[in-house]
Design a binder for this molecule. Structure first.
Ligand code: PLP
Length: 425
């Protein structure tokens, strides 16, 4: 069994047209060798090209001082514009629908200001149960801001008893049942815990049918799975760029505002000077004049060093293309899953993959539910150079990332799993 998986991994790597992209990234070392880095879902690896782009900004700052806003090689005044086209392509948006700014949670709040305006009769929000904690705090504080409590205004849709995934039919039913009271569906495009990828188009359609807005947190979806935010008619979305988009720890966040909203300067928002008409921005006169694109939500002048990091990463995505990335991702994740299940079977280990087995309902993450001995197993594989992620009470999350992980990474992971299951447990 072992040798057939090993041979397949070598063969798949040989045939992989994206294989050489691995050398474009800095892979953390373990005992003098590449570690098995399966945590791109949490922090993507550093592209080697990133340092040069960031250094150029440091050099231009040194050379030009404030004049760099207009005279550096990539003038800071309009720096964000260089990221708009490639940033839009990654999430299936049109030019003008995507802008990069702030951190993710900040942007969620900014979007809520514009899109969540509860009335006496329409004030409820539907979200996934056990959303990422920051998203939960965001929702709780937004509701409190409007004088509403979680109990009265938030409807959480959970997996059925004994199940790990949320059924789409249950989401659609909750939306329909809420009907006229529903103000917004706020959903994670990809659940961070289970790796479940939701049908964003269907959820959006159902929200609209109920007269509500559909907004998405795409932290685990952007750069991982193909998205078509414009065509799916999503109202708004936001994501971070330091997970699958490899754009440095705490890097700048992306925001999508659908054209039909972005072009509406009357939409309520919290404003700042960088969202103001570019022609008259420096006249510094009273009266906010919103840009008719997602840029109209920018508050501050852009954090150039973070933007440079994101630019380096977006250039890679532009060159590789989301479709090619997805094709490899499907093969890589399927291979890893098959190998892990074979290992678990051989060792009679109680390891369950809770991520959907249907490739259309997942990205590259696999969440392994390890009954009983999860933490010791996690510690044992970590001591062998596997960088994965542990979630209490019993889940190991691993993400083979198609840009820099290989089929042989997947093979070695399974081999270490096999050995540690035999050794210690
Ligand atoms: C990673 C992640 C965040 C992180 O929020 P920051 O504001 O970038 O710190 C928020 N929500 C989800 C769903 C995430 O996966």
């Amino acid at each position: 069994m072992r040798s057939s998986f090993q041979a397949r991994a070598a063969q798949y790597d040989d045939r992989d047209e994206l294989a050489s992209w691995r050398t474009a990234f800095l892979i953390p070392q373990f005992q003098g060798k590449d570690s098995i880095y399966f945590t791109g879902n949490s922090l993507g690896l550093q592209p080697k090209s990133l340092r040069a782009l960031v250094n150029e900004e440091l050099d231009d700052w040194a050379e030009f001082g404030v004049e760099g806003h207009f005279h550096s090689r990539r003038p800071w005044y309009s720096y964000h514009e260089q990221l708009m086209q490639s940033g839009a392509e990654v999430v299936g948006a049109k030019l003008g629908e995507v802008v990069h700014m702030n951190g993710l949670t900040v942007n969620l709040h900014l979007m809520m200001v514009s899109f969540y305006q509860p009335t006496e009769s329409r004030f409820k929000i539907i979200c996934e149960a056990k959303a990422f904690p920051s998203d939960q705090y965001m929702l709780e504080s937004q509701l409190a801001f409007h004088g509403l409590s979680l109990d009265e205004a938030l409807i959480e849709v959970a997996p059925r008893v004994g199940e790990h995934l949320i059924r789409h039919e249950d989401i659609l039913k909750a939306i329909a049942d809420c009907g006229d009271q529903l103000a917004m569906v706020f959903w994670g495009g990809m659940n961070y815990y289970s790796g479940q990828f939701f049908d964003i188009e269907a959820i959006t359609r159902a929200a609209h049918a109920a007269g509500a807005v559909a907004g998405f947190d795409l932290a685990h979806a952007a750069g991982n799975v193909p998205l078509a935010l414009h065509d799916w008619n999503v109202d708004w979305a936001a994501w971070c760029t330091y997970k699958y988009l490899n754009s440095s720890p705490g890097g700048v966040s992306g925001v999508f505002v659908h054209q039909r909203h972005a072009s509406n300067p009357d939409l309520l928002r919290f404003a700042g000077w960088w969202g103001h008409n570019k022609e008259s921005r420096f006249q510094m006169e009273p009266g906010f004049d919103a840009l008719p694109t997602a840029e109209g939500w920018q508050l501050s002048n852009a954090p150039i060093l973070s933007m440079a990091a994101h630019l380096a990463s977006l250039r890679i995505f532009e060159e590789v293309g989301m479709e090619n990335l997805r094709a490899k991702s499907l093969a890589l994740t399927a291979f890893l899953e098959e190998w892990i299940l074979a290992v678990a079977h051989e060792r009679k280990a109680n390891i369950e993959v809770i991520t959907p087995s249907n490739p259309n309902e997942r990205g590259c993450q696999l969440s392994l539910l390890v009954h009983g001995y999860g933490k010791p197993l996690f510690d044992a594989i970590a001591a062998r150079g596997v960088i994965a992620d542990w979630r209490n009470p019993n889940v190991i999350r691993i993400a083979p990332v198609p840009l820099y992980n290989s089929f042989q990474d997947c093979f070695r992971f399974g081999e270490i799993l096999f050995e540690e299951l035999g050794n210690k447990l």
